[in-house]
Design a protein around this ligand. Structure first.
Ligand code: GUN
Length: 292
C-alpha cells in the first residue's frame, strides 16, 4: 500500500480564499478584521513565522499590526501594550509570538490578552471552554488537523487515535478535540513505555513530539492515517538540514493509508486557521456591535 497524501497546502489555500471573501464582506460593512501580532526580540524562527502571519493577513484582506518590541522590553511595557490592543475596536485578534525572552512570564502575558481576542486559544478561560466542549476558539494547529481529517473523510467516532506529544499548544488540545469527535484517545509522551506498541494500535496517529523522524514505518498500523505535526531539520545523511517531520516519511508512507507531508501538510493549515479565528472574532464583534 502507498499512502494517500493529505495535501494541507491545497486545503489551506481554499480556506484562505474563503476567509478573504468573509473579510471582504465584513470590511464592506465597516468591520474589516484586524490581527495584532507582537514579537518580542529577534528569534530567527519566530521572525519568519510572524512574517508569514502578516503576509497571510494581507493576502486575505485582514488588517495586521506587527509590533516588533526589543528583547529587553519589560513585562509592564508588554502588558500595557496588550491592554491598549484589548481596548482597540479595530483589533479582533491578538497574538504574542512564543517563546518569549526568559525574563517575561508567558502565562502572565497570555492571561493579559482578552479571551475574546485570544486567537491562539492559549488563555486559561478559552482552554477551559475547549475542555467543556463549548469552545470560543480552537487552537490553530489542532483545529487545522481536525479540518484535514474532516476534509479527507476520515471516520473519527469509535476510532483509536494516538497523540504523541503532550504540549499545551498541540498535544493536549488535539487529544481533547479528537475525544469530542468521539474517538478513543491515547496520549503518549517522552516517558511512555513501549511507545511503538501504542502507536501500532492507532487508526489515527498524530505525531507532535518535535523529534526528527522518530516515528518509523514499523510503528504504524497498516492503513492508519498519519498526521505529522513536526517541523524539524534532518540531522544527518544526504538530506541533512532539510525540513522534515516527526515521522520518517519514507518508511511510513508504504504502510500508512494516508499521511501528511512535511512541508505542505499541517503547517499551512495552522496558518490558515489563524485567519479563520481572526475572521470569526471580527464577525462576533460586528454582531455584538449591531445588537448594541
Ligand atoms: N510559537 C510557535 N507556535 C506558536 C503559535 O501557534 N502561537 C504563538 N503565539 N506562538 C507560537
Amino acid at each position: 500500500m502507498t499512502a494517500r497524501i493529505l495535501d494541507g497546502a491545497a486545503l489551506a489555500r481554499q480556506i484562505r480564499s474563503e476567509m478573504g471573501q468573509r473579510a471582504g464582506v465584513l470590511a464592506s460593512r465597516g468591520h474589516q478584521p484586524g490581527l495584532a501580532v507582537i514579537l518580542v526580540g529577534d528569534d530567527p524562527a519566530s521572525s519568519v513565522y510572524v512574517k508569514h502571519k502578516v503576509t497571510d493577513c494581507h493576502e486575505a484582506g485582514i488588517r495586521s499590526i506587527l509590533d516588533h518590541l526589543p528583547a529587553d522590553t519589560s513585562e509592564a511595557m508588554l502588558l500595557a501594550r496588550i491592554h491598549d490592543l484589548n481596548n482597540d475596536p479595530a483589533v479582533h485578534g491578538i497574538l504574542v509570538q512564543m517563546p518569549l525572552p526568559p525574563h517575561l512570564n508567558p502565562q502572565r502575558v497570555i492571561e493579559a490578552i482578552s479571551p475574546l481576542k485570544d486567537v491562539d486559544c492559549f488563555h486559561v478561560s478559552n482552554v477551559g471552554a475547549l475542555m467543556t466542549g463549548a469552545p470560543r476558539f480552537m487552537p490553530c494547529t489542532p483545529y487545522g488537523v481536525m479540518k484535514l481529517l474532516e476534509h479527507a473523510g476520515v471516520p473519527l467516532a469509535g476510532a483509536h487515535a494516538v497523540v504523541v506529544g503532550r504540549s499545551n499548544i498541540v498535544g493536549k488540545p488535539q487529544a481533547m478535540l479528537l475525544l469530542q469527535a468521539s474517538a478513543t484517545v491515547t496520549i503518549c509522551h517522552s516517558r511512555t513505555r513501549d511507545l511503538a506498541d501504542h502507536c501500532r494500535r492507532a487508526d489515527i496517529l498524530v505525531a507532535a513530539v518535535g523529534r526528527a523522524q522518530m516515528i518509523t514505518g514499523d510503528m504504524i498500523k497498516p492503513g492508519a492515517v498519519v498526521i505529522d505535526v513536526g517541523m524539524n531539520r534532518v540531522p544527518s545523511g544526504p538530506r541533512a538540514g532539510k525540513l522534515c517531520g516527526d515521522v520518517d516519511f519514507d518508511s511510513a508512507a508504504p504502510v500508512a493509508g494516508a499521511i501528511t507531508p512535511v512541508p505542505g501538510g499541517v503547517g499551512p493549515m495552522t496558518r490558515a486557521m489563524l485567519l479563520v479565528n481572526t475572521v470569526e472574532a471580527a464577525d462576533r464583534a460586528a454582531g455584538a456591535d449591531q445588537n448594541r
